[in-house]
Design a protein around this ligand. Structure first.
Ligand code: SF4
Length: 368
């Protein structure tokens, strides 16, 4: 970002509070982490510098690495693509950046948001790769929803997206994949994993880099970046604010299959906490980071899916189980807890209506 030079001799603008950073321009928003009143120009500088510090302090990248940016066309990934390409040039990271999008096949949602990503490809000069559910799995989300309805659609979508991102990253031959998950997303996931008692996910969901033992590690440079910012007297989204001020081109419509998700309750709860105590988001992340699993706790052993070779703690990975259900006309096959599901696959096939439906529907974009 090109910083504006402040003329210290110029008369200060009348009315409103002054920016606590430059003390010259009028404050445009209040940062939730620090409660500092800050002007637009200093906001850009602080925002980008914080991301740079997170990248440097956590050794997220090495010079010469090929990095795929998971790009949905939404505000988080759009801002991530913009900031990362800016920082890469400004600080000489020496990275080869790519945009990687997943086309779930959701008419009226993903087709529109992909148009935004295609514009981002031109605006930021970053090569784009799109992989689709149809080409990878033979199904679009439109077809899946037609078959299963709106009950467990996000379970299919989330599982398929996770693999699709890895497969797209492998096609791009990248060293790492970065996603736009922000501090709010991570705090929500900590809370959800506590509520579900999912200690395996709880132990890794706060890591800034995951999958280091796998083929393509994933990083979250926005781990400490708040979603919300307060602009004057009303709350706006921090990334929205950044995207808004910077006039970044992003897509803001909700998925047409977005459920009244369990995650939504966690999100609301966190927003309530944030209203009372803005640091609550960072505190929840810290709680997740400090979480330790007793050495006597048996954790699932990671292996590879016998069918597709993808990483899995079961004989078949979750995507293959879900796909088997779809292809055999038994879409409830893989819904619910997977423990024992592989062993009891035949039983489940007979009792497709008896499987426990996973109530924790959530957008797979956030499933990490
Ligand atoms: Fe997929 Fe997210 Fe839409 Fe659910 S809300 S169907 S996970 S894009």
């Amino acid at each position: 970002m090109a910083s504006e030079v402040v003329d210290a001799t110029a008369p200060k603008p009348r009315g409103g509070r002054f920016c606590t950073v430059c003390n010259e321009r009028r404050a445009a928003l209040k940062r939730p982490k620090t409660l500092d009143q800050i002007c637009k120009e200093c906001f850009y500088a602080v925002f980008e510098d914080e991301i740079h510090r997170v990248i440097v302090d956590n050794h997220l990248f090495k010079p010469g690495e090929r990095i795929a940016i998971g790009a949905s066309g939404g505000k988080d990934s759009t801002v991530l693509a913009y900031v990362l390409s800016e920082l890469n040039i400004r600080h000489g990271y020496g990275l080869d950046l790519f945009l990687l999008s997943i086309d779930e096949g959701i008419t009226g949602y993903r087709d529109d948001s992909l148009e935004t990503v295609k514009r981002n490809e031109i605006q930021y000069g970053l090569p784009l790769k799109v992989v689709s559910y149809k080409e990878l799995y033979g199904w679009t989300m439109d077809e899946i929803v037609k078959l299963i309805g709106l009950k467990n659609n996000c379970t299919f979508c989330g599982v398929f997206r996770r693999q699709a991102l890895d497969r797209g990253a492998a096609l791009l031959k990248v060293d790492k994949l970065v996603t736009g998950h922000n501090a709010d997303d991570i705090a929500e996931t900590v809370l959800l994993n506590i509520l579900r008692g999912d200690i395996a996910r709880l132990s890794r969901c706060t890591s800034i880099t995951t999958g280091e033992d796998g083929p393509i590690p994933r990083c979250k440079p926005f781990k400490y970046t708040y979603e919300k910012e307060i602009l004057r007297s009303w709350a706006l989204n921090l990334l929205f604010t950044y995207a808004y001020f910077k006039r970044l081109d992003y897509f803001s419509t909700e998925c047409i299959y977005s459920p009244n998700a369990y995650r939504g309750f966690a999100r609301e709860f966190i927003k309530d906490l944030e209203r009372i105590r803005p640091r609550a988001i960072l505190d929840i992340i810290k709680s997740g980071e400090d979480f330790r699993i007793s050495t006597s706790t048996k954790m699932p052993e990671q292996g590879n899916c016998e069918r597709c070779g993808y990483i899995s703690s079961q004989k078949w990975c979750k995507a293959c189980v879900l796909l088997e259900g779809l292809n055999r006309g038994l879409p409830k096959l893989g819904i619910g807890r997977t423990r024992g599901l592989n062993n009891e696959r035949n039983k489940d096939m007979k009792e497709t209506n008896g499987t426990k439906a996973l109530q924790s529907k959530q957008c797979g974009t956030l499933d990490f």
